[in-house]
Design a protein around this ligand. Structure first.
Ligand code: GDP
Ligand code: CA
Length: 313
């Protein structure tokens, strides 16, 4: 079985390709929950929803969140009552949050609520939260600490970052499917999707048992760089790297993952960095990593799986 660690947009793109290449029992998609929060009384899990809507083929490609063609009656109602509208929730999207919130209130774990929502949308591959315990990303900025959505949506990533904390991570356990996959020794590879290393992959690795599984691995770990040609294709990854004193390069991503990652997949645009990365002790696959079309996603996923087959941990 191949295990993919994913955030939202970049994670979902590769996850769809992996799901096209692998049978449902050959893939486990492990999704970041550090962005999750409670808003307007609803439990919202942005990365789980992006992965789920993308796998179901109903994601809104323009925004990177929400459902294509959704309507805004609920949001208009919130606005009319003077409620908070900085975080937009479409009408169909609302039904996801309502179902999840009700399941959690009834005492069901997030992984069970997620499985139910995914099944409803006809998703056959398994996508699970990294943990059923709450792990909340806190962004440490020059002007203080703030919850992730405050930084990301309300303040549009403007504050300069100084670091990150993952509240609850120390006591968080892997969700059952994750624990089972690693305990059973059935993992052939772990793939870090081209997701933000600091706020998508790091919160997953902050779950102590998950980090231990990787540290004691007998399978290769491969990271697909979210930095292409010195830029993030979407979101604040490159800005965060510069603010943390790192160059925004694929090799700096490789350095950041040193010790946990055996191989990097970098874009053709970054071919010149391959030798630097090899000097870090990592294998390198250079290929087209920008996933514009379904064909791109499938081709990259197939190449990553073939590459995994050639690697030793
Ligand atoms: P978020 O939770 O929605 O921010 O999504 P992720 O953390 O999963 O993904 C954000 C990262 O994905 C950004 O750093 C982007 O540069 C990267 N990304 C998005 N699309 C692609 C792509 O097609 N190829 C690669 N290599 N990176 C991508
Ligand atoms: Ca996210």
């Amino acid at each position: 079985m191949h295990v993919a660690f994913a955030g939202g947009v970049g994670g979902a793109r590769l996850a769809v390709g992996l799901a096209a290449a692998l049978a449902p029992d050959e893939l486990l998609i492990v999704v970041n929950t550090g962005d999750d929060f409670t808003h307007l009384g609803l439990r919202i899990c942005p990365d789980l929803d992006t992965v789920m809507y993308t796998l179901a083929g109903i994601a809104n490609p323009e925004t990177g969140w929400g459902i294509r063609g959704d309507t805004w009656t609920f949001m208009d109602g919130v606005a009319a009552e003077g409620g908070e509208t900085w975080f937009r929730i479409g009408d169909r999207d609302l039904e996801t949050h309502r179902t999840r919130t009700a399941a959690l209130a009834a005492g069901r774990p997030l992984s069970a609520a997620t499985a139910e929502l995914a099944a409803r949308l006809g998703i056959r591959h398994r996508m699970v939260p990294a943990s059923d315990d709450e792990v909340a990303t806190i962004v440490v900025t020059a002007t203080g600490r703030m919850p992730f959505q405050e930084y990301f949506v309300r303040r549009q990533c403007r504050p300069e970052v100084a670091g990150f904390e993952f509240a609850g991570a120390a006591d968080a356990r892997p969700s059952p499917a994750v624990a089972d996959a690693f305990a059973a020794g059935r993992v052939q590879s772990v793939v870090f999707c081209p997701s933000n290393p600091f706020v998508s992959i790091a919160p997953i690795l902050a779950v102590p048992a998950i980090r231990r599984f990787l540290e004691q691995r007998s399978f290769p770990v491969i990271a697909v760089s979210p930095i292409v040609g010195g830029r993030a294709l979407k979101g604040p990854a490159a800005k965060m790297m510069r603010e943390l004193g790192l160059p925004a390069t694929a090799s700096a991503v490789a350095g950041h993952y040193r010790g946990l990652v055996d191989a990097m997949v970098v874009d053709e645009a970054d071919r010149g960095e391959a030798d630097d990365i090899r000097r870090l002790g990592q294998e390198v696959l250079v290929t087209g990593t920008v996933m514009r079309s379904a064909a791109d996603r499938c081709r990259l996923a197939a190449e990553v799986i073939a590459f995994a087959g050639e690697l030793r941990p």
